[in-house]
Design a protein around this ligand. Sequence first.
Ligand code: BDR
Ligand code: CA
Length: 313
Amino acid sequence: MKKRKILLDCDPGHDDAIAIMLAGRHPGLELMGITVEAGNQTLEKTGRNALNVVQYLDLDVEVALGSSRPLVRELQIAEDIHGESGLDGFEFPDLERDFSDKHAVTFLIDILRQSEEKITIVTTGPMTNVALAMRLEPKIIENIEEVVLMGGSYGYGNVSPAAEFNILVDPEAAHIVFTSGLKVSMMGLDVTRKVLALPSVVKRMEAIGNKASRMFADLMNAFNENQRKVYGFEGGPLHDPVTIAYLVAPDMLTMKHVHCDIDLSHGVSYGRTNCDVFDYLKQEKNAYVATDIDAERFWELIEQGLKRYDDLE
Ligand code: BDR
Ligand code: CA
């Protein structure tokens, strides 16, 4: 099977960690690199978390540190959900690996410019690094196959009535990506809130009994405790891995082609992804938004993904 080349830009984050796990060994994907920015926690913490996950899962992939703050706004973090470390609940062994020498933005530009085939960009955090790369070297846009993001919603938000976290952290960056002319595929809260890591799911994954499943269970138990406190959810939405599910099993998701504007007004709906799902305004369509997901197939994919790490000690 020909592998689809991807670059993953993230801010780990419990669900980002599971997206790394799923992408890292999927036979249909070639993970060309991981770039990190501030989001769920400060860059120092999200960077360390990404490297910890990569080392723990013994993935042969470079991790490059990027933006420490959004383009315009002050940094807003999600410590209430992801904890003080940004990845509370699991103790990783001491770090022996190091980051790439390159800044994430240079790393993205170099890989995209050197590649003979187009690469898909997956974002599971604010889109600061990708937006900066597009502005610094617009030629890279030609080398991007598609941008697949976890972010936004055509319904309501999770950090304001209107906005989802990844978009609200850096609305200006999201605007740059959504107006790039590229195929943009958005996995928003409308679908990620249908894949809840309920206690029964955590038990099922824990029963696999390998190194990756132990990480999954410990991380999800901590994540769920915070989701319960903040939102009253019994199981937290496993947002970020939905991007990978879309790539490897697109028929698991229902998509709708729409016009989508990012609200940059600095008002109460700042950061909202305004999706014209009824095509009322007849504007040019610039995004595919996910409207439904087959949750049972999603959990099968996570289970298979965890089992791919059976050989690790
Ligand atoms: C998104 O925000 C972060 O807290 C999660 O990692 C996910 O990417 C959900 O709104
Ligand atoms: Ca994330």
